[in-house]
Design a protein around this ligand. Structure first.
Ligand code: PMP
Length: 369
């Protein structure tokens, strides 16, 4: 390692993903099921709002906490959802990732344990380690359901935080109301911080979305516009939670991200008016198509949300399978970047019907060969 590089950076290992991209770079017209963002474009009205913001000179820093108009809209929505949460405050951050970074930096001390479910979103263990905290992944194999008993077993006197993510990346699995309530109560009883990453809440295909914040008014929620409105490059997210905590996060934001890009915040304000139901219906249909095709040959849990499936590889190693899939011109993400186990792989169904059709055909061939 270069002598100027800090030890902290050893918390980040991106070699798994890089390997997939390296393998992929040689392929011509690959069947790409590895992408973690919607395949539709930003809604036109949102583009126009951002362009207008740029053209009318809304190009400076915004207040640290975000433009007032967007905060007012977000706060109104939260007041409707959580009428009894009097000290719930909201601020705009630089993507959900920015919100996660601020959450960890504000709350995790060296030695603090942070519980999250395995498989997990790639950033979680690294961000915990960046703060010298201790990642505590709780195994959810084979069905990836939220299991309050397993969480209770993982709690020690050093547990600082439980971090939930439903619908989940990389499994698409959603937590049911009862389990969320049980975990929310457990956190409240033990005085443990509860953080909920709700970036995929729009993509919910069966029944109704529930947040643990419904059952624990101290829950810190991180959400954003990246996935719902296909605005991953615009970097607008938001955090809501007890004011005493969000105010500390804001202090850190002031000295780091400063603010989310102002024109993108005006776009996000418009995005709140956009009806996304046709996209959700379309993704439900894609989910059904891919799940039904894959279930013939693979062990796979039916996802109720997000746009991912997480099947078990037909050979020992998910990483070896992802490499083997390249021979079919197929790009998937090996499960070992999301998990302590190397047995599964992630595919995204946020792709055109044509790509999905080619993808399931290739997967069928791979399973049978
Ligand atoms: N949380 C999860 C679970 C995600 O999958 C992602 C994006 N892949 C993020 C957070 C980060 O999203 P953003 O673009 O808002 O930073």
């Amino acid at each position: 390692m270069h002598p100027w590089i800090s030890e902290r950076t050893e918390a980040f290992d991106s070699s798994g993903i890089r390997r997939v991209f390296d393998l992929a770079s040689d392929l011509k017209d690959p069947i790409n099921l590895s992408i973690g963002q919607p395949d539709f474009d930003v809604p036109d009205s949102v583009k126009r709002a951002a362009i207008e913001a740029i053209e009318t000179g809304k190009n400076a820093y915004s207040p640290t906490q975000g433009i007032a108009a967007l905060r007012v809209q977000l706060a109104a929505r939260l007041a409707e959802t959580y009428p009894s949460h009097e000290d719930r405050d909201v601020f705009v951050c630089s993507g959900t990732s920015g919100g996660l970074v601020l959450t960890m930096l504000s709350m995790v001390n060296p030695g603090d344990e942070v519980i999250f479910m395995d498989p997990y979103f790639v950033m979680y263990p690294s961000l915990v380690r960046m703060c010298q905290g201790v990642p505590v992944p709780v195994d959810t194999y084979p069905d990836f359901r939220l299991n309050p008993d397993r969480i209770a077993e993982a709690i020690t006197p050093k547990t600082k935080m439980i971090l939930l993510n439903s619908p989940a990346n990389p499994t698409g699995i959603t937590a049911d109301r009862e389990s969320l309530e049980a975990v929310a109560q457990l956190a409240a009883e033990k005085g443990i911080a509860l953080v909920s990453d709700e970036i995929y809440s729009t993509f919910f295909y069966d029944g109704e979305f529930h947040s643990p914040a419904e059952f624990n008014d101290q829950t810190i929620v991180i959400d954003g516009f990246s996935k719902s409105h296909a605005m991953t490059g615009w970097r607008v997210g938001y955090v809501h939670g007890p004011k005493e905590i969000t105010s500390v996060m804001l202090k850190l934001q002031q000295y780091s991200f400063v603010c989310a890009p102002q024109p993108a915040q005006w776009g996000a304000l418009e995005a709140m008016e956009v009806d996304l139901s046709h996209h959700v219906n379309d993704y439900r249909r894609k989910r059904d198509f891919v799940y039904e095709a894959l279930a013939k040959d693979y062990e796979v849990s039916k996802p109720n949300g997000a746009f991912y499936l997480y099947p078990k590889a037909p050979i020992e190693s998910g990483a070896a399978f992802a490499e083997h899939a390249i021979s079919e011109n197929l790009l998937l993400v090996p499960g070992n970047i999301f998990s302590e186990r190397d047995s599964h792989f992630r595919i995204s169904f946020a792709a055109t019907d044509e790509t999905l059709k080619r993808g399931v055909e290739a997967l069928a061939r791979l399973a049978r060969s």
